[in-house]
Write a protein that binds this ligand. Sequence first.
Ligand code: NAD
Length: 350
Amino acid sequence: MANYRTRTINDYETILTCDDPESGLRAVVAIHDTTLGPALGGCRMWSYGDEREALDDALRLARGMTYKAAVADLPLGGGKSVIIGDSRRDKTPELFRAFGRMIEHLNGRYVTGEDVGTSVADMEIVRQETTHVAGLASGSGDPSPVTASGVFHGIRAAVRHRVGSDDLNGMCVAVQGTGHVGYHLCRMLHGAGAELVVTDVSEIALERAVVEFGAQAVSPDAIYDTAADIFAPCALGGSINKDTASRLRVAIVAGAANNQLAEPTDGVALHRRGILYAPDYVINAGGLINVSWDVLHKDEPYDADAALAEVSKIDGTLSALFERAADEGQPTHVIADDIARERLRVAEHA
Ligand code: NAD
């Protein structure tokens, strides 16, 4: 028998934990806020040290999803789930079926999908137990090229804000991480005539960008000292930190990675240096906008062109955000949070 426990913590609406000895499932679903709509956010599978660590990650990620959906103007709330386990060793069909039953327990207040450590194939198993799962192969599928498209639009908005034109021809972009999103971003930037400097800890990923797009490869550490117009972090979180914020030799930071600022003060450091920062959860919302199709247009087949048209609105969202930040003399990451909170307040009082 699976043991479920439901509780609330601070401003989070629902925390559901599950311990199912039969399948081995130990998981947390955190629903942060459903003011704007059902909570949508993927399922992360990770070798957390203990349950506290898993819970903290679920809480942090769920709040991030609320803000991301709010600024993207989606009628969706924020939630996230985490499974405690090693995604290379501990996956079984029974585990994901038990996870599906856990999601079903929430009656549609939370919709799951893939994230770090889980795949579309895992979600197909989850689907056997619940309909509250998005991003299946029969729906919106792999979000990476769409996320890259949103980042590309965001880079153009940042360049336009800076120099008055969004022509990327001849611009130099330093791309950190040429994985799923980074690769497609490089392809789009190359197509627009940009020069690329790239880094990755994977030789294979790096080589592909060098061969296909004529990119110049540098070491993972040297990317921070590379003179370029734009730095595009597309690897892990925390790449803008105490050390790197003062090293960057760029005018713009705009990339796909989640949680780019190690601390909010690192966003202030960029602001003080006159570096325009495209807040991560605004510029990388393409994946969420894409997968939201499966929730908001449940009865229609996935329409890639319509989804991409929605994603292109990231340009306008960021342009307005940059203008407001300039008017108010505030760092852009502060304005992004302000916009999210304002949208939630308006919806609460509607
Ligand atoms: P990915 O794992 O396919 O690519 C990440 C790449 O970064 C890998 O090639 C990896 O080798 C490389 N890398 C890791 N550490 C590095 C380092 N220190 N220096 C240089 N390269 C390093 O992941 P992805 O799906 O492309 O996602 C990239 C980022 O964008 C992540 O932060 C992810 O959370 C975020 N994001 C992705 C999506 C999406 O649709 N996939 C949506 C929103 C946000």
